[in-house]
Design a protein around this ligand. Structure first.
Ligand SMILES: [Zn+2]
Length: 422
């Protein structure tokens, strides 16, 4: 069987090489990919019902369950209850999907309308024999081989179309995977798209559904990126603060048509995907500090972090609704935070500071008036790749601006301005 498949694959390769028409080559490529899949299928492992901590070479979860034994995570196996939606299965999204699959996430929802191209091979994840397949199909093929325990749902659609958006929203609301879950059917949405329009659509959907999401982006010159946590009503939404990644006022589709090509590196995309999934794991499994915003400047190995409050003048109506709800729920939240702090102070007074979660102190009613500053006015057509420095690790009681990060952020902004002008 194995030898026969091998012979068939090499025959197909000769046939593909002899075909002058690229569209025929793609069709043959698809057959090759399916055969490869069959060949690999022989070696595929079977599903595993319960995650085991047993330290044997044949256990795919032993190293993950060790996180529990070492006190990093309270209950690692909970990861199987979580659903994560990944919008955009490109250089960042595909790698994020693979990481979550290897970590044993319960369910992944994958959204993309694009096909795999040879021009994607400078990035991780996709393979040349998958050229011509949709990114969602190719991803399902690879991910189901890596870990058959993960429930994979693929949506080959464009969320910026009316029909695509409807399916996107109903798929997020579907709770068949965990009927007792509160809110939507997913625990987190990861935005890994490469354009402004799609980010605004994810923002709209998540604001409407009160769905926490994380945004990620890599700059067009491939040497900086960021991740950002967006909790509707609690932190700035994508419409509250100026877009952080690409030039606004430019239609990316036009750029694509005219053959203008953004740069990309597997390194930067891998770093950003790693940061994104690290933050996702911390958020889902409740360990460490979930970062509200983390930038990455590859040229200087500089990682700025900051918090962004929602803008009370945000143009997004659903965001304003969520902001109102968040303020109304403040007394209950304060009481819960107080009770938690008291309980912790009683058990381990020395740990009080380390356990102070960022989200308790981010937004306070008294601060709301200042928050428009974080949405910083910029000349038309210019956007920040990285946020302005005035929010950078600002001590709560101090009005002083930080001195050191400003230079770097200014440098970054200049780089982006130069990029936009080019
Ligand atoms: Zn907003």
């Amino acid at each position: 069987m194995e030898a026969e498949l091998k012979g068939l694959l090499s025959d197909l390769q000769s046939l593909k090489d002899s075909l002058p028409d690229p569209s025929h080559q793609i069709s043959v490529g698809k057959i090759q990919a399916r055969l490869e899949h069959l060949k690999l299928g022989n070696a595929q492992r079977s599903k595993i019902k319960d995650m085991s901590a047993e330290v044997v070479d044949s256990n795919p979860y032993s190293r993950l369950m060790a996180l529990q034994r070492m006190g990093i995570v309270d209950n690692y196996e909970r990861i199987r209850e979580f659903s994560v939606a990944i919008v955009g299965i490109g250089g960042v999204g595909s790698v994020a999907a693979e990481m979550l699959t290897r970590c044993g996430i319960g369910r992944l929802l994958l959204y993309d309308y694009d096909k795999v191209e040879l021009a994607n091979m400078n990035r991780l994840f996709f393979r040349p024999e998958q050229v011509g397949m949709t990114k969602t199909d190719a991803a399902v093929q690879t991910l189901s081989d890596i870990n058959p325990d993960v429930v994979l749902e693929s949506y080959t659609l464009n969320i910026t179309t009316v029909q695509g958006f409807e399916i996107f929203m109903s798929s997020l609301k579907n709770k068949s995977f965990r009927p007792d879950k509160e809110g939507t059917g997913v625990d987190l949405v990861l935005s890994c798209v490469d354009n402004y329009e799609a980010r605004m659509v994810v923002n709209q959907g998540c604001n409407e559904l009160n769905q926490t999401w994380m945004e990620s982006g890599v700059s067009e010159n491939a040497v900086s990126g960021h991740i950002q946590l967006l909790v509707p009503g609690e932190t700035a939404c994508f419409a509250c603060a100026p877009p952080l990644v690409v030039a606004s006022g430019v239609d990316e589709r036009t750029l694509k048509r005219e053959g203008v090509c953004a740069a990309s590196l597997p390194t930067t995309m891998g770093v950003v995907a790693g940061l994104l999934v690290q933050n996702t794991l911390k958020y889902l499994l409740k360990f460490g500090n979930v970062t509200p915003y983390l930038g990455y400047n590859a040229l200087k190995d500089y990682f700025p972090t900051m918090e962004m409050k929602p803008n009370p003048q945000c143009s997004n109506a659903a965001c304003l609704e969520r902001q109102k709800e968040y303020i109304l729920a403040k007394p209950a939240r304060d009481a819960a935070a107080r009770a938690k702090m008291e309980a912790e102070a009683f058990v381990e007074p020395e740990c009080l500071h380390a356990d102070n979660e960022w989200n308790i102190s981010v937004v306070d009613d008294s601060d709301v008036q200042d928050s428009s500053a974080s949405s910083g006015a910029l000349p038309e057509g210019l956007v920040h790749e990285l946020p302005s420095a005035d929010e950078f690790q600002k001590p709560p009681a101090s009005a002083e601006t930080t001195a050191t990060p400003i230079d770097d952020l200014e440098d970054l902004r200049k780089q982006l301005e130069a990029l936009n002008a080019a």
